[in-house]
Design a protein around this ligand. Sequence first.
Ligand SMILES: Nc1ncnc2c1ncn2[C@@H]1O[C@H](COP(=O)(O)OP(=O)(O)O)[C@@H](O)[C@H]1O
Ligand SMILES: N[C@@H](CC(=O)OP(=O)(O)O)C(=O)O
Length: 446
Amino acid sequence: MMVVKIGGSIQKDENDYQLIIEKIRKYAERDKLILVTSAIKGVTNDLIQVAASTEKSVEIASNIYDKHIKLLGKITDGIEFERAFRDISKLADELFRVAWSIRVLGEVTPRTRDYILSFGERMAVITLSSILRSKGIKAWGIPEPPFITDSNFGDSNILIQESEERLKKLLSNVDYNVIVFPGFIGTTWDGKITTLGRGGSDYSATSIAKVLGINKVKLITEVPGIMTGDPRKFQNAKSIQRLSLEEAIELAQLGAKRLHPRTFDPMFNSDITVEVESLYEDGSTVINGECTNEDSVKGVATLDQLKMLSVESTKIVGKIGSASSIMAEARDVGVNLIAISQPASETTINLVVDGNSIKLLTERLNGLKESLIKNIHVEDVSAISVVGCGMRKREISSKLMGIASSYDPIMISRGLSKVSSTFIVDSRNAEELGRELHSEVLKWTR
Ligand SMILES: Nc1ncnc2c1ncn2[C@@H]1O[C@H](COP(=O)(O)OP(=O)(O)O)[C@@H](O)[C@H]1O
Ligand SMILES: N[C@@H](CC(=O)OP(=O)(O)O)C(=O)O
């Protein structure tokens, strides 16, 4: 058996579905397939707008409905079209009702937001399975959320063991070669729909493999695998042929290929191999195993639009617990700390956070000005990371560190098993440093 995830980026139009049909037909000749689908391109972003509850919400919901029906009308016909039309219309009706009620109430809870976002993947299951069936592939769609998750709405965690019974029950009595599940969504124990966070279908695919003991996962997307850098930023970016699990985890965490950060977690203590490949061209990345001696550096990833908040004070010097008091403020307002540093003099603590969180955190820390903090500075920064097992080798890491040092990095830190180094720099230097590091990485890539 094989799990195949069909990304939203490759579900735009009839041409895309034509290629998907060919690929799935080819794979289905060899294996029984579990497909995991994302919402069709742009739909999750549209649903986010529906959930924003503006006067356009209902109109956007209606466009989402049209998009699916038009697509089905172009590719399917007869009974397949009628059945999919009926099922999509039923879901759309439910979506319109929620869109109306949040307009009336003027409030959207995290739970309602997840419920709204789930319509993208649920509609995609109906659309994709119907398209495959209409082209003679014995496919069956199961739009129900396949997992039990915790109740951290918007960023929930899949509970692998608890999901086994649910998945097996959904699959029992389904005698089809190709089964289509929605990515990105789950439910809590008591049936409330949750979402896993942006890019969550990748995480769904590896989790289904883990739960069902399947060792082959393919993530089909628009680019030929995970690349040495974001192809929109680096025109000379190349596909990375192989990544160890640690390297893949670091890259996902740093946003490469917009992978969900927990995509590769289910691969721990398993024999799962993941392959990321393109729908349109040759080239792929295989992810499995550990670092080897031959491994070099693999890629560069950039996180932009970050802010660094520097807390300065002599009152924090040698005062046990002062760093934890400052960080507790971030925890209490729900702000994630992306990078942290403190010099040995202990006079400054630097916290790097997402740009959207800075106001909240600064306001909160201003409250400690009398007791603990003297000054607070805020700077625009970026995090540029180099990833690869080769970063453990002195001759490689010294080259890359040398390049970064000429950009006056504010922080340098190493990631999981020392397979990455991150440089926090003034955001004005980010593009140039990224380009230089990427060129150096390409020299080490065969
Ligand atoms: N290192 C990288 N390798 C490949 N793609 C990357 C990388 N960094 C950023 N990207 C971007 O990620 C996009 C693919 O992610 P996404 O649109 O979420 O695909 P999908 O919908 O198939 O999951 C690519 O189009 C590319 O622009
Ligand atoms: N539709 C969700 C989940 C997902 O994984 O999508 P994609 O495969 O297009 O990245 C999102 O946009 O976040």
